[in-house]
Design a protein around this ligand. Structure first.
Ligand SMILES: Cc1ncc(COP(=O)(O)O)c(C=O)c1O
Length: 427
């Protein structure tokens, strides 16, 4: 039972101190136990806790929108605040449709996404996700969206992987999918700039994003970047897309926006999308807990801390440091296929054989054993399975708070090293 947290540590009810190398579910950027975030939330809650989005906007929300705008990789952004990533994904899909309707392009229904992706657990967002182990129990309810290959160089061409590793091939595949559909029926392409937990911090091949963005623009297909995990400094830049200078039409954000202090997220739409939808109006949508003043207060303070303490740069440098510590500790281990990622979004892919990249069978439940071994050593990590072929595959994902100290980074590498050695020796 978790009872208290500070910095990069969570204490349980028995006094054990866990080093949170996962930031929960890759959520906590500014660190645990920030009294100033709690204070602004309390102040906002006692002044105005709730005003429904259909009736009011609030000063705190407007101030947040103005403050976050310049950091977003979106031209003339407007935000639609919600209570988390899945809601933001659903909202983005509806905004895409509302935009095309506003433009009179009523046949644009088709949404393209990728295998090896995650966009949320509500049924629409799950359907968009290409994460097979999560889809499998609900297949009969899914199938509205089309999935293209994962941009996953390490597994390019492997049987069952649905992965390609060449930017030209991936862009050509997108172009073929758009052209194979009736002309002007594709509405959007949705993807994570760097794939988070599903594949374990996988970056696309060089040149991928500029090529993909160009194909989308040429066909009037909206580009939607899911930055729920990569946003707010996680990859060492404000947003994942900043690494390639790409300006999507819509950006989905959550997690790091409030660093876990309160459920909050948003969709950012470009001015062009926003104006078209607003003029055609009304955009009939909303949740009870969208437009939360308390959420906006927490997000504003988190933004201030990220800026004041230069935590985006910290994520970049500490990420590099952790990556080299991991390479030194585990880089030659027979079951470590790849150590990858950017900033403090790092992944470790575990394999049965480095040469062939063969995964462990799922029945071995390797990554579960690694996570257990980590926990025994008071280290928290995040995990993913099914990355190799939809069933097999084991990835460990690291996403600690950006305030993690150098000494703690060394502990992460040491404890994870021991956990991997111990778990693999018993499989
Ligand atoms: C890339 C991405 N999109 C969407 C989501 C869903 O967000 P939430 O869990 O807040 O609904 C997640 C959550 O892990 C995510 O990583």
């Amino acid at each position: 039972m978790a009872v208290r947290a500070e910095g990069s540590t969570i204490w349980d009810s028995e006094g054990r101190a866990y080093l949170d190398a996962a930031g929960g579910a890759v959520v906590v950027g500014v660190g645990h136990g920030r009294a100033s975030v709690a204070a602004v939330m309390a102040e906002q809650a006692s002044r105005l806790a709730f005003a429904h989005g259909s009736q009011f906007t609030t000063d705190v929300l407007e101030r947040y929108a103005a403050a976050v705008g310049p950091h977003l990789p979106v031209d003339e952004p407007a935000i639609y605040p919600v209570a988390g990533g899945s809601e933001a994904t659903e909202t983005a899909l509806k905004l895409v449709r509302a935009f095309h309707l506003a433009k009179g392009e009523t046949d644009r229904w088709i949404v393209l996404a990728r295998w090896g992706s995650y966009h949320g657990n509500t049924l629409g967002a799950l359907d968009l996700s290409g994460r097979k182990p999560l889809r499998r129990p609900y297949e009969g309810w899914l199938g509205r969206f089309r999935h293209l290959s994962a941009a996953y160089p390490y597994r390019s061409g492997d049987p069952g992987s649905n992965a390609l590793g060449d930017a030209d091939e991936l862009a050509a595949e997108l172009e073929r999918a758009i052209e194979a559909a009736e002309p002007r029926t594709v509405a959007a392409f949705v993807a994570e700039p760097i794939v988070g937990a599903t594949l374990g911090a996988v970056e696309p091949p060089e040149g991928y994003w500029p090529k993909i963005a160009e194909v989308c623009r040429r066909h009037g297909v909206l580009l939607v970047a899911d930055e729920v995990m990569t946003g707010f400094g996680r990859t060492g830049r404000w947003f994942g897309m900043d690494r390639w200078g790409i300006r999507p039409d819509l950006v989905i954000a959550a997690k790091g926006a409030t660093s876990g202090y309160v459920p909050f997220g948003f969709v950012a739409a470009s001015g062009a999308v926003y104006e078209a939808v607003r003029e055609a109006g009304p955009f009939v949508h909303g949740f009870t807990y969208s437009h939360s003043p308390v959420g906006a207060a927490a997000a504003t303070e988190v933004l201030r801390i990220l800026e004041a303490e230069d935590l985006i740069a910290a994520s970049a440098t500490k990420g590099e440091r952790l990556k080299s510590l991991l390479a030194a500790r585990l880089g030659r281990h027979a079951n470590v296929g790849e150590i990858r990622g950017r900033g403090l979004l790092l992944g470790l892919e575990l394999v049965a054989d480095r040469e062939s990249r063969a995964p462990f069978p799922r029945s071995a439940r390797l990554v579960e054993a690694v996570a257990r071994e980590c926990r025994d050593r008071e280290l928290l990590v995040y995990t993913g399975t099914g990355n190799a072929n939809g069933i097999d595959g084991d990835v460990v994902v690291l996403g600690p708070p950006f305030v993690i100290t150098d000494a703690e980074l060394e502990l992460v590498a040491e404890r994870l090293g021991e956990a991997v050695e111990s778990a693999t020796s018993r499989v």
